[in-house]
Design a protein around this ligand. Structure first.
Ligand code: PMM
Length: 296
């Protein structure tokens, strides 16, 4: 866990440079996301929530209109556009750094026109062949997440089988990064994300978390999104009852601490304040231990 922050945190064009791990707050404009589905479905509520996340310390706000919860069906593009674009526009107009969580080039394009600064594609460009060329043309940063299949199928056994989950995920992620570079996206605009919970069992998520250096070693900014996910609910289960999603906040912030200590560029979270506090604790400790090492 130590040593990660001795690597400089990479900055990324168009996103805040804070000298610490950034906090990306989540606004899911969906009826069915696993932890906050239906809560921010109308534009005004979603925008107010995004602004509240910023007040609570989010550096970026990630707006999505399609649930990727295991088993979820896809929404049509018109619905996704109608959910996402007005929220992106209002937040960007208010000066918020917005990322758009979408697998569709058309949604990304309209969100960028509306003021989004970053595209977060959980499929890493695999779901829509037009995505990587679009991102390359737009000159914006993109999150390339490890992805094997759409939500309806991603937890089926054939998609959660690995020889070694960490090396396989890293290699598959590298191949997706290569595809982005081949499409014209420069490496200094690429963020990688191992995709906790996407085609991964609870045990596999823990293996990823236990070996984060395999991903920071790729030399690209790393995003981690553990917030409220099922594997935390399983960890904290009592008598086989999962801890409810809205009671996984402390565990989510604990993962933020691990991610920040490993040198992650950003964490994607539903509640900004606990993670905003955690990244500051880690950054302060890193600053002081750097000074002490320098003095010694
Ligand atoms: N997870 C979800 C949605 N978007 N984006 C990235 N980059 N990484 C993730 O792990 C990720 C994501 C699913 O969680 P949600 O339904 O709470 O948004």
């Amino acid at each position: 866990m130590t040593g990660g922050l001795s690597r400089a945190l990479p900055g990324l064009a168009g996103t805040p440079a804070a000298g610490r791990t950034l906090v990306m707050g989540v606004v899911n404009v969906t009826p069915d996301s696993f932890s906050d589905g239906g809560r921010w479905l109308d534009v005004d509520t979603a925008v107010a929530h995004g602004l509240a996340l910023v007040d609570d310390g989010a550096d970026l706000v990630d707006v999505g209109g399609e649930s990727t919860r295991p088993g979820a069906d896809r929404v049509d593009v018109g619905t996704e556009l109608a959910r996402v674009v007005p929220v992106v526009r209002a937040l960007a107009d208010a000066g918020v750094a917005v990322s758009v969580d979408t697998m569709r080039a058309e949604v990304a394009e309209q969100a960028l026109t509306a003021g989004a600064a970053l595209v977060n594609d959980v499929s890493g460009g695999r779901a829509d062949p037009a995505m990587l060329p679009l991102v390359a043309d737009a000159g914006v940063p993109v999150v390339i997440m490890h992805w094997r299949a759409h939500a309806a199928a991603m937890q089926q056994a054939d998609h959660t089988t690995y020889r070694d989950v960490v090396t396989d995920v890293r290699d598959e992620l590298s191949a997706q990064v290569d595809a982005a570079v081949a499409a014209g996206v420069p490496t200094d605009r690429i963020v990688v994300d191992p995709g906790l919970g996407f085609s991964k069992t609870g045990a596999q998520n823990w293996e990823v978390l236990a070996r984060l250096e395999a991903f920071t070693d790729l030399g690209l900014p790393l995003l981690l999104a553990a917030s409220r996910k099922r594997f935390l609910g399983e960890l904290l289960a009592v008598d086989g009852e999962l801890r409810p999603t809205d009671e996984r906040e402390d565990a989510s912030a604990a993962v933020t601490t691990l991610a920040a200590a490993a040198g992650a560029w950003a964490v994607r979270v539903h509640a900004a304040r606990p993670s905003a506090d955690a990244v500051r604790v880690v950054a302060r400790r890193a600053t002081v231990s750097g000074r002490l090492e320098g003095a010694g």
